[in-house]
Design a protein around this ligand. Structure first.
Ligand code: AHR
Length: 487
């Protein structure tokens, strides 16, 4: 039996809705084919965007979308992707599969996508191979309503008013694919680039500096020390890669030991996050700078027969459990975590949506975002979990993960039974209060079950296998399940 104790009087603050953010890069079939098919496609679309995919993104109230990369961002020159299609430059996407990028999806198309989805854009500018002027003029093109050649150019391209983009990334993984920079060098570059990203009128930028990968504490230290005062957010990337880079797992064919290793790596996100947050606390005790976990999720071997540079992987209940573990951690640390963006939205890595021609399938990970949506902008509640350990000698973790929040007088608890085979009884208590009634929804299946085209059985279902006893809620959680309980 596991216990969850919730205290309405203790909270880390508001769970930013941006924690439920996503990421779409010019990588494989994420943008092209997955989201954007062009106006002339036989796949139903609005201004080139797939209607089915946009509808699915809307249904989970997707709050923010990061673009154009990723590694692609530091090779992307925004002027190549504006104006008449026949004048747009073509390039080879050297990071991802060596395919030709025709720049048919550019700034106007991305912002049209965000309009259709109803989400905020988060754009990452090019530091690695771009100039300060190029970045500065992109911000001007997006956000200025003054009279200048750049603004006239935007108007000539069909957009009269500024868009008012708020979230602005200054380079991506500048320690790696973004330029192999040392932290001292990047900190100086960050200061210079961000200085020329102007604030236009009401449009105040939220500037995000490139932060560490994994446990590179020195990067965080140097950045906070040398540039902390001129950033609003610091990014952090961390992927779940069981077996490591050289022995990656198959996304669908894995053992129970692989499953435990995967979940233990995911749970370790909390330790890593806290390592960086503690350094940030020293330079920024008031927690003004947000931790922006703008790339996270599973990274497995690509599906057999697919382009290795496209990072296309299936998505099982194991991925769903990974998502639940991460989102519970982010909720608990909402005092520092302001945004998170799972990688990546469609057809890449831990995708929420997969497409094949005109077909679309929603993955188990998608349904976790559906189950967690009530946490957005809610007050986080202290949620203490007591659960036995599961796993192997090498990789173990508590068998239950949970988080809780309150909005409009209703409490939402998300809880998961991570055990792949055993059901678990979970008792939920509210400190100093009796629980009267509850309603629930659940996603459950075998650890390696997935939704395939034409055979998608996994989905969120109504859940009522619980009862109130002595003011507590006793929930019978099936093996490998994620539930939302509303009190
Ligand atoms: O998400 C795939 C890649 O992973 C991104 O392009 C890069 O930032 C990271 O290394």
């Amino acid at each position: 039996m596991a216990k969850i104790s919730i205290d309405r009087n203790r909270s880390q603050g508001t769970i930013s809705r941006y924690i439920y953010g996503h990421f779409a890069e010019h990588l494989g079939r994420c943008i092209y084919g997955g989201i954007f098919v062009g106006k002339d496609s036989r796949i139903p679309n609005e201004n080139g965007m797939r209607r089915d995919v946009v509808e699915a993104m809307k249904a989970i109230r997707l709050p923010v979308l990061r673009w154009p990369g990723g590694c692609f961002a530091d090779e992307y020159h925004w002027r190549d992707g504006i104006g008449p299609q026949e004048n747009r430059k073509i390039m080879v996407n050297t990071n991802w599969g060596g395919v030709t990028e025709d720049n048919s999806f550019g700034t106007h198309e991305f912002l049209e996508l965000c309009r259709q989805v109803g989400c905020e854009p988060y754009i990452t500018g090019n530091v690695g191979s771009g100039t300060v002027r190029e970045m500065s003029e992109w911000v001007e093109y997006l956000n200025s309503d003054g009279d200048s050649s750049v603004v006239r150019e935007r108007r000539a391209n069909g957009r009269q008013d500024s868009w008012g983009v708020r979230f602005w990334g200054v380079g991506n993984e500048s320690w790696g694919c973004g330029g192999l920079m040392r932290p001292e060098y990047y900190a100086d570059e960050y200061r210079r680039y961000q200085n020329f990203c102007r604030q236009y009128g009401e449009h105040k930028l939220y500037k995000i500096a490139c932060g560490p990968g994994d446990v590179d504490e020195n990067w965080t230290e140097v950045l906070m020390k040398n540039a902390g005062s001129c950033m609003d957010g610091l990014s952090f990337h961390n992927y779940t890669i069981p077996g490591g880079w050289d022995h990656k797992n198959s996304a669908t064919q894995f053992t129970q030991d692989d499953y435990y290793e995967t979940l233990a790596i995911s749970a370790d996100m909390e330790r890593k996050l806290m390592l960086h947050a503690r350094i940030m606390d020293r330079y920024d005790p008031k927690k003004r700078v947000g931790l922006i976990i703008d790339e996270w999720g599973t990274w497995f071997d690509v599906e057999p027969g697919t382009n290795p540079g496209f990072l296309y992987q299936q998505n099982t209940m194991r991925d769903a459990m990974v998502a639940a573990v991460h989102l519970d951690i982010f909720n608990r640390h909402c005092d520092r975590v302001f945004m998170a963006n799972i990688a990546q939205t469609v057809n890449v890595l831990q995708a929420i949506i997969l497409t094949d021609g005109d077909q679309m399938v929603l993955t188990p990970t998608y349904y976790v975002f559906d189950l967690y949506r009530e946490h957005m902008n809610a007050k986080e509640l202290d949620c203490f979990v007591e659960a036995g350990k599961i796993g192997t000698d090498k990789f173990s973790l508590p068998g239950v993960t949970a988080s809780a929040s309150e909005k409009d007088g209703r409490i939402t608890v998300t809880l998961s039974n991570l055990h792949p085979e055993k059901d678990e009884e979970v008792v939920i208590r509210l400190r100093d209060e009796a629980i009267e009634k509850a309603e629930g929804r659940i996603l459950t299946g075998k650890m390696d079950q997935f939704n395939d085209f034409g055979n998608a059985l996994l989905k969120v279902e109504a859940f009522s296998d619980f009862e109130v006893k002595d003011g507590h809620l006793v929930v019978r959680m099936p093996a490998c399940s994620v539930a939302e309980i509303r009190l």
